[in-house]
Design a protein around this ligand. Structure first.
Ligand code: ADP
Ligand code: MG
Ligand code: MG
Length: 209
């Protein structure tokens, strides 16, 4: 079963709820290795996204994703606004005109997000960023899709890989973003951006089910 635009909107709504519920948690993670605003940033950004969703009820997936991107760029400051903003903008361009997304589209969507984040932030795997959740998620989705698995399994594989990637950031030394200012003191803490990325993908499985 594909992801319809209706499901895509339901997912974004759920992301808004989850990021609101996890606002303190994300902020605490950022307090340890950053400036204690990641939960605030993500909650602000997705609150603005959720406000735009009713007007997008009959839009195609590409338009919906692009709107998320422009909204995040204009409402979220710091590193995560432009990074997630570019990710969703690129995803929107990749999904232009599509009314529903198939398994291969999900892979292309994630690939576009990762490319956007890397074009903007120049980080690679292992630098303790959101990419440590999103790169394994992309690989898992690609593998599952390549094996011919159905949407739910593709999304579950993707979400589980993100979660493992998120946990893998704990022992890493941060070499990008604010956390890199801490040097070795960044070790032993979970990356906030890898956590918000994982929450988004977990919400996708939940909404799709
Ligand atoms: P800021 O650090 O400006 O306060 P946030 O706290 O909202 O912004 O976001 C911090 C998160 O952004 C980090 O946890 C990390 O995952 C992500 N991040 C920072 N720099 C980069 C980068 N160059 N590439 C990818 N992700 C990054
Ligand atoms: Mg911060
Ligand atoms: Mg900040």
């Amino acid at each position: 079963m594909p992801i319809t635009s209706e499901k895509l909107i339901a997912w974004l709504q759920r992301v808004g709820q989850v990021l609101h519920e996890q606002r303190e948690y994300l902020t605490q993670l950022d307090a340890a290795i950053g400036d204690a605003d990641h939960g605030i940033n993500m909650d602000r950004g997705f609150r603005a996204v959720v406000e735009k969703l009713p007007a997008l009820a009959s839009a195609d997936s590409g338009t919906i994703l692009k709107t998320v991107g422009t909204t995040l760029v204009s409402t979220v400051g710091g590193a995560s606004g432009p990074l997630y903003g570019t990710a969703f903008l690129r995803a929107g361009i990749a999904m232009a005109g599509k009314q529903e997304l198939q398994e291969a589209d999900v892979v292309a969507l994630l690939a576009a997000m990762v490319e956007g984040i890397q074009a903007r932030g120049k980080a690679r795997r292992g630098e303790k960023t959101m990419l440590d959740a999103l790169l394994p998620a992309l690989e898992a989705a690609r593998k599952a899709e390549g094996e011919g698995l159905e949407m739910l399994q593709v999304l579950q594989a993707c979400s589980s890989a993100a979660e493992a990637g998120m946990k893998s950031t704990i022992p890493l030394l941060a070499t990008k973003g604010r956390a890199s200012y801490l040097g070795a003191r960044s070790i032993g803490h979970q990356d906030p951006g890898a956590t918000s990325s994982t929450l988004m993908l977990q919400a996708l499985v939940e909404t799709y089910r």
